[in-house]
Design a protein around this ligand. Structure first.
Ligand code: FES
Length: 317
């Protein structure tokens, strides 16, 4: 854990602020690659994940960009209440959304605040003189963040802006943006759940393989309320204690009740912090973290939100 101080805050666009974080003792912060995020421990007790913005390459500061979402679970409201001089704890950067080494071409698609990791990627690809296009969609021009960096000459000709309230000819035509399936091309998407599901769904339909699709969810996609949830049992290791997980409780709730601690962060299946190995049984995966391939293997799951399809799940705890 690193103790940081908010050293600057800046309005980037309507509803979006960036926060510069520097170590309280002034020491350099750990290096990170584009796509990385940090956990931010907020004064209200919530822990939230935020991608590191472009401009974080400077080793003495991190930048996060946060969209104020008053109807969310309170993370963004707590961040927007931060003032210069406030102190926080953050984790070291983790990267579940790295650029694919060896890609011949990269197509980056960001919706709203999802631009933050993608802009860092675009800047690195440009610095390495690699082939890419960045598509950035927002509801209106006033909601476009980091315009100074998007306008920078290093990205010239490689950024396409798409505004929901703009003329039809500038709207994102996904089949044109992706082009024909090509083995050397990789697609990266980050933004609201509906936007991501649309991009990934269309790409799969067009024949892009899972290995070519890279995504980072900020929040769990909205699930219809599942009235079918049933109780199931978990066993702690092969031959260990067996506990019931009732409908309405999570595996994490039950583990905590019995004094078994599994580290958690987002508690909504986004960050992978709670990932736990499954020795036996079939998880009902409800996360946005694992790939389809990883889910199909059924050898791990996220106990903060996932449940079980089999009556018993044996966990490697
Ligand atoms: S705590 Fe984030 S996926 Fe479970």
């Amino acid at each position: 854990m690193i103790e940081v101080v908010v050293s600057q805050r800046r309005n980037e666009a309507e509803g979006i602020c960036s926060f510069e974080l520097t170590a309280v003792d002034g020491s350099p912060l750990p290096h990170h690659e584009p796509g990385a995020h940090i956990d931010v421990h907020l004064p209200n007790g919530l822990i939230r994940q935020y991608s590191l913005c472009p401009g974080s390459a400077n080793e003495r500061r991190y930048l996060i960009g946060v969209l104020l979402e008053p109807n969310s679970r309170g993370g963004s409201v707590a961040v927007h209440a931060l003032q210069v001089g406030d102190r926080l704890l953050i984790s070291e950067p983790r990267n579940h959304f790295p650029l694919e080494a060896g890609a011949q071409r990269s197509i980056l698609l960001g919706g709203g605040i999802g631009i933050t990791p993608l802009l860092s990627m675009a800047e690195q690809l440009a610095a390495r003189n690699q082939d890419f296009t960045l598509h950035y969609g927002a509801r209106s021009a006033s909601r476009l963040a980091f315009l100074d960096r998007l306008d920078h000459k290093t990205l010239a000709g490689r950024v396409c802006l798409h505004l929901d309230d703009g003329p039809d000819e500038q709207k994102l035509m996904l089949n044109q943006a992706l082009g024909p399936v090509n083995q050397g091309t990789h697609i990266y998407v980050c933004g609201p759940g509906g936007f991501m599901d649309w991009v990934l769904g269309e790409a799969r339909l067009a024949g892009w393989s899972e290995e070519q699709l890279h995504r980072e969810y900020f929040a769990a996609p909205v699930r219809a309320q599942d009235t079918q949830d049933e109780a199931f049992e978990i066993q702690i290791g092969d031959g260990g204690a067996i506990y019931t997980v009732p409908a309405g409780s999570t595996v994490i709730d039950v583990l905590n009740e019995h004094g078994i601690e599994v580290p958690v962060s987002c508690e909504q299946g986004v960050c992978g912090t709670c990932l736990t190995r499954v020795i036996q049984g079939q998880p009902d995966h409800r996360d946005s973290f694992l790939t389809d391939q990883e889910r199909a293997a059924n050898d791990c799951f996220t106990p903060c939100c996932s449940r079980s399809r089999s009556p018993l799940l044996v966990l490697d705890l």
